[in-house]
Design a protein around this ligand. Structure first.
Ligand code: FAD
Length: 294
């Protein structure tokens, strides 16, 4: 089944994101987390594509193993960074060959970081919208794209950023997943901007549970998301007590998820960092039922 069909089935989507680990211990941790989260019956699970295509083989391998060895539907990320059109076609061919039908089409970040100027491969693609078009021309893929509640760090404005998402939807993208964010109103405003432009694409909010203040500060910096003062204040009160910081972080994320679902979000996508516990705790605390395990 494709993610498109699963979302269209009407229940709220519930999904997890993983990254390809670097070593054997990381691999064990990833599979432990995957197996623990499989029990929640997620709508799909996604595997990131490392900077500059560096994780290409591992991303393809893990995605294939999820497709073959688990009951879960995989969503494979793919970026344009450092790849010619021919290489992109060949990676897409590997996915198709392994029966992977769902791909998240991304531009990717320049090796120097998200705000550095993007240098496309001389034979490559400039923008994610071109990758959406390529995927749609090569087969019956269900294609997801990135969305940014606070606008992409190099976008001219919130409006211009919404138009980029609309262009990706018009090129055939079936759904979007957002960058991490902390204020529900940023998500709802993005949804409003996109629908004001006449496009109705499901936008799944991306959630990163706060389990540690230093880590979330770094993640927010990397993604360009603002870490609001009220969040720093609520979690910072417990500085020096990691257990209490974690509990407050989980409570905050659970509140955010409930507000998003109550406001009509079509599901939740969790950045798991290859661990399952925080996501399982949030899931258990939700007031609204999502598809998983239902
Ligand atoms: P695009 O949609 O191409 O946008 C990139 C920039 O170009 C934006 O500033 C946009 O406003 C601008 N732009 C787009 N089209 C035009 C146009 N026609 N004219 C002028 N300007 C334009 N990165 C990875 O490396 N690997 C991953 O696995 C990965 N997974 C991600 C998953 C999610 C859910 C999200 C939200 C992000 C992910 N990223 C990943 C990060 C992403 O690759 C970066 O944020 C990247 O900088 C932008 O990618 P994009 O697909 O949004 O690009």
């Amino acid at each position: 089944q494709t993610v498109r069909d699963l979302i269209a089935a009407g229940e709220r989507s519930f999904s997890f994101e993983f990254f390809p680990p670097k070593d054997t211990e990381g691999e064990r941790q990833l599979w432990r987390a995957l197996r623990e989260l499989e029990a929640l019956n997620p709508t799909f699970v996604s595997v990131t594509y490392g900077a500059g295509g560096t994780t290409r083989d591992r991303t393809v391998d893990i995605t294939e193993r999820i497709a073959h060895d688990t009951s879960m539907t995989p969503l494979a990320h793919l970026t344009c960074v450092g790849h010619s059109r021919d290489t992109l076609r060949s990676v897409i061919g590997s996915y198709a060959g392994a029966g992977v039908r769902n791909v998240l089409a991304l531009r990717g970040d320049p090796p120097a970081g998200p705000t550095a100027p993007f240098e496309p491969h001389p034979e490559g693609l400039h923008y994610a919208v071109e990758l959406v078009e390529m995927l749609k021309s090569l087969g019956d893929f269900c294609v997801g794209v990135a969305a940014f509640p606070e606008a992409h760090p190099s976008a001219e404005s919130l409006e211009a950023d919404a138009r980029v998402l609309v262009a990706k939807a018009r090129a055939g993208a079936d759904f979007a997943i957002t960058q991490l964010f902390f204020r529900p109103e940023d998500y709802f405003r993005l949804v409003d901007r996109v629908s004001a432009l006449g496009v109705d694409i499901p936008i799944i909010p991306g959630i990163m549970p706060i389990t540690n203040l230093a880590q979330i500060t770094r993640m927010a910096e990397l993604s360009g998301a603002a870490l609001p003062a009220e969040i720093v204040e609520r979690v910072g009160r417990f500085e020096g007590d990691p257990v209490a910081v974690r509990a407050e972080g989980i409570a905050l994320a659970t509140e955010l998820c409930d507000t998003l679902l109550a406001g009509g979000a079509p599901g939740l996508h969790f950045y798991t960092l290859n661990r399952s516990k925080a996501t399982r705790q949030i899931y258990a605390g939700l007031r609204t039922t999502v598809a998983a395990g239902a």
